[in-house]
Ligand binder design. Structure first.
Ligand SMILES: Cc1cc2nc3c(=O)[nH]c(=O)nc-3n(C[C@H](O)[C@H](O)[C@H](O)COP(=O)(O)OP(=O)(O)OC[C@H]3O[C@@H](n4cnc5c(N)ncnc54)[C@H](O)[C@@H]3O)c2cc1C
Length: 415
């Protein structure tokens, strides 16, 4: 009998794992199960579609033929309801059963709902799938007024969509600035100014008390924390992700706000691996468990999981060793977050101009991440320092020089 590999989730993590497995095992049975109605597409680009800037076609990554050509069984519109780890079986909503020798869990997350009145009204959107993007585009094209909630990397996509679709929007944030975990007031000011230029007004140190609807159930207004009312025919909410782990209940797989895996993407249960946004993985550079919601990281985790699922011995296993990055391209200037800018015990920053700012974060004297606004050219040099795990926190002046030159750093010979 041929070996059987089952992958739950056809996002970039699941799909790269399938590709890796197929290359290594031409005769194995490979199946991907997804509750979405379409094959892998570029989740990063759906915001450009929602802005009205891109047609549908370039967003698709794999047509169904891609799976056929590789003899990968793609099960669309199929929701996994539970796993029987002892029997090595996956069960689906339509009473289907998939037997596996090795299983990959790559089901990512689902946007968190705002627990206030009328938060399910028509015109209120969460943003994760291509279907969401289609609904957002349709609504934003018509709407004249809008509100965005959630001061993070996804919230700003919704704000930028409002800007591009000429929606006069208010952007409600809980703290005193956008992405307060990654930026200081100085850095955030650059973003606030850029939002204002797009017709999006930041509303700081606030929140949402509820929404008002018309007789047809469409949202018409948002009430902030002080019950100020903002007209809003469009509302976008991005306040976090809940990881899709419900179907793992009873399987014995350890979860801790995500699925816990080691550096080989292996869970505590034999023959079950996990990859992508859903993992809380052991990061070998940080030397602790971490989480990472980015495309590049999910793709690499999928590939690493695939390799380890087909490995015949421990010697063939590969570690996940990766410095991630996440860029934002909504403004006239570039923005890039890399590594773990919010996890350090020490940091430094500098503002170079009205649109140029840099922050670096350190842990135990080593660079672990940062945020670059305006000039992202030094990213490669900083990422090298992270990969090489060198202690540089005592040389912040050199690190923050506008034209950062790693040659100027005094590094111990053995580093
Ligand atoms: C609008 C938007 C913009 C983004 N922009 C960027 C960016 O600029 N840069 C960047 O690096 N990252 C960006 N990201 C994040 C990036 O897209 C994710 O980190 C990445 O796609 C995660 O891939 P994944 O395969 O782990 O999970 P996902 O892509 O979430 O795939 C998981 C799949 O599993 C399916 N699934 C869930 N539960 C079940 C179940 N029980 N049964 C069957 N199927 C199930 C889901 O429907 C989904 O299709 C963005 C994300 C969004 C939503």
């Amino acid at each position: 009998m041929s070996e059987s590999y089952v992958i739950i989730g056809d996002g970039i993590a699941g799909s790269s794992a399938a590709e890796t497995i197929r290359e290594a095992k031409p005769d194995a049975d490979v199946a991907i199960i997804t509750d979405e109605g379409e094959a892998l597409y570029n989740r990063i680009l759906i915001k450009e579609f929602a802005k009205g800037k891109l047609p549908e076609a370039p967003i698709s990554i794999h047509e169904p033929e891609w799976y056929d050509e590789r003899d990968i069984d793609l099960e669309l519109n199929t929701f996994v309801t539970n796993i029987d780890a002892d029997a090595h079986e996956v069960h689906t909503h339509d009473s289907g059963t998939f037997e596996y020798d090795k299983l990959l869990v790559a089901t990512g997350g689902t946007p968190t709902q705002l627990p206030v009145d009328n938060s399910d009204a028509d015109g209120i959107h969460h943003f994760w799938t291509f279907q969401d993007a289609r609904a957002i585009a349709e609504n934003a094209e018509q709407a004249e007024t809008g509100v965005v909630v959630g001061a993070g990397l996804l919230g700003i996509d919704l704000a930028a969509i409002c800007g591009e679709q000429d929606v006069d929007a208010h952007y409600i944030m809980r703290g005193n600035r956008w992405w307060r975990y990654g930026l200081s007031v100085d850095g955030a000011e650059i973003i606030h100014d850029a939002l204002e230029e797009k017709g999006v007004t930041p509303v700081l140190e606030s929140g949402v008390n509820g929404f008002k609807t018309d007789d047809d159930g469409n949202v018409v207004a948002t009430l902030d924390a002080d019950d100020n009312e903002y007209d809003s025919e469009f509302v976008g909410i991005a306040i976090g992700l809940n990881f899709n782990t419900e179907y793992l209940q009873g399987s014995g797989v350890e979860t801790d706000n995500g699925v816990v895996v080691d550096q080989y993407m292996q869970t505590n249960v034999e023959d079950i691996y996990a990859a992508g946004d859903i993992t809380r993985y052991y990061d070998v550079i940080l030397d602790e468990y971490a989480q990472n919601g980015s495309w590049g990281s999910a793709k690499q985790q999928g590939a690493v999981a695939g390799k380890n699922m087909v490995a015949d011995s421990d010697e063939e296993k590969e570690e996940f060793r990766w410095v991630s990055s996440y860029s934002i391209t909504h403004f006239d200037f570039p923005f890039l977050s890399f590594g773990f800018p919010t996890m350090g015990d020490d940091e430094c920053e500098e503002k170079y101009s009205d649109t140029e700012w840099r922050r670096l974060s350190f842990k135990d004297g080593k660079l672990i991440g940062g945020v670059l606004i305006g000039d992202i050219a030094p990213q490669g040099k900083y990422k090298d320092l992270i990969r090489n795990e060198v202690e540089v926190a005592d040389q912040k002046d050199i690190l923050l020089e506008k034209e950062f030159d790693p040659e100027k750093l005094a590094l111990p010979q053995e580093q």
